[in-house]
Design a protein around this ligand. Structure first.
Ligand SMILES: Cc1cc2nc3c(=O)[nH]c(=O)nc-3n(C[C@H](O)[C@H](O)[C@H](O)COP(=O)(O)OP(=O)(O)OC[C@H]3O[C@@H](n4cnc5c(N)ncnc54)[C@H](O)[C@@H]3O)c2cc1C
Length: 362
């Protein structure tokens, strides 16, 4: 494809997406396919968002209650299709069929798993209970494990950087700060820094936007560690924390482990407290030696009812939001980006569960 010009040919709709995290990227991919749309994406840098911190796990199960997560099957289908398309487009692999194993320490946990396995909705996600492999270096208190079917891992940071290069190459992305005061509007249209747009969609994650400040966010800070070890452990597992093999380097094997949940602390600085709690949890289960090589923190954008925020601003024509993907951004983003796109471009009705109108006062 040739480079697009910033001059807008007549008859093209002009769309600006603010933010290139998981949300903005998924939405941009819907618009980027349209030859009759001139798309711009504005992002101040991936390091400012939570998407590059995300471990990248996708898991259709809520372990706490052993239920399937909200809309798991349809979200997974859409997510797989989306990443297969991205792999084709960008010529790299992002989606890995690396299932999560739930670890058990007590017989009653195994009994509960096996009971839940009989429920039709869960049988497609709960694998059989298996003996523990010695090669995983797990403590003796782990008595069995079971695979979460259809779970896996997406190399999010690799995908976001590759998609960013694609958007830059197409002259779609500008690395810059979106300044709310530079947005002007009248009854008919929107202008950003004097440039006219038909649609502006804010996908800014946990960054508070003055245009949607009444929406009830309940954001949660999270931290993850990257550890390096000479010991190879090939399976992803979960027991209080997750443990995810990510890479092999010249100096050893790399794993991610996390994550914490903190509703009070709202900055993105790593903390000694989170490191200590993650290391304590890891050492309880994993018997190999390791060193911590990185610690990252991010803020998950979460709504008070834990459903995404989609929809148009109540009074500014052309301004919309796509946000609050919470702790399962990877599963939610592809399906709900398309849902919002169809609402904005094809006038399809938004589901009431995600429409921000659910918080409008009568
Ligand atoms: C520790 C941790 C672990 C996680 N693990 C997982 C996981 O394993 N699986 C999973 O599915 N989810 C996980 N998540 C959740 C996931 O990270 C979020 O759901 C997702 O990142 C939200 O994406 P987003 O695009 O809405 O926001 P962000 O990723 O925050 O993206 C917002 C983007 O907007 C840009 N931006 C903001 N304001 C401006 C501005 N004024 N001008 C220009 N650009 C701007 C930012 O630079 C950023 O690039 C995890 C989160 C954390 C914190």
């Amino acid at each position: 494809m040739g480079k697009k010009s910033y001059l807008c040919p007549v008859n093209k709709r002009k769309v600006l997406i603010v933010g290139q995290g998981i949300a903005g990227s998924a939405l941009a991919s819907c618009y980027a396919k349209r030859s009759d749309v001139l798309l711009h994406v504005l992002d101040k840098g991936l390091v400012h968002g939570s998407s590059v911190v995300a471990a990248g796990l996708y898991n259709p199960i809520v372990f706490k209650r052993l239920t399937s997560s909200w809309q798991a099957s349809i979200l997974l289908d859409s997510m797989r299709n989306f990443f297969q398309e991205q792999e084709k487009l960008l010529g790299e692999r992002f989606l890995f069929d690396a299932p999560i194993y739930k670890l058990f320490t007590e017989q009653r946990e195994i009994d509960f798993w096996q009971k839940k396995q009989k429920e039709p909705e869960l049988s497609v996600f709960l694998g059989d209970v298996e003996p523990v492999c010695n090669t995983l270096m797990l403590g003796a208190q782990i008595i069995a494990m079971a695979k979460v079917l259809q779970s896996g891992w997406i190399d999010v940071a690799k995908w976001l950087h590759a998609y960013r290069q694609f958007l830059l190459g197409q002259n779609i992305l500008r690395q810059a700060d979106f300044v709310a005061e530079d947005l002007a509007y009248n009854d008919e249209t929107l202008f950003y820094k004097g440039e006219q747009y038909d649609e502006i969609i804010l996908c800014q994650g946990a960054v508070q936007s003055k245009f949607f400040q009444d929406l009830p966010f309940n954001n949660v800070k999270g931290e993850v560690l990257t550890v390096q070890s000479n010991t190879q452990s090939q399976k992803t597992w979960s027991k209080d924390i997750f443990f995810l093999p990510t890479a092999q380097t010249n100096t050893g094997f790399l794993y991610k482990t996390g994550s914490t949940f903190d509703w009070q602390d709202k900055n993105t600085l790593p903390t000694a407290q989170a490191r200590l709690s993650l290391e304590e949890a890891l050492q309880k289960i994993w018997q190999a030696d390791y060193t911590v090589v990185a610690q990252e923190a991010g803020i998950r954008p979460v709504s008070i009812d834990r459903r995404p925020f989609l929809g148009r601003h109540p009074s500014i024509k052309g301004l919309s939001i796509f946000n609050a993907l919470g702790a399962k951004g990877l599963m939610l983003a592809p399906y709900y980006a398309e849902h919002l796109y169809k609402h904005l471009e094809e006038q399809e009705e938004l589901s009431k569960t995600v429409d921000i109108k659910r918080f409008e006062r009568n």
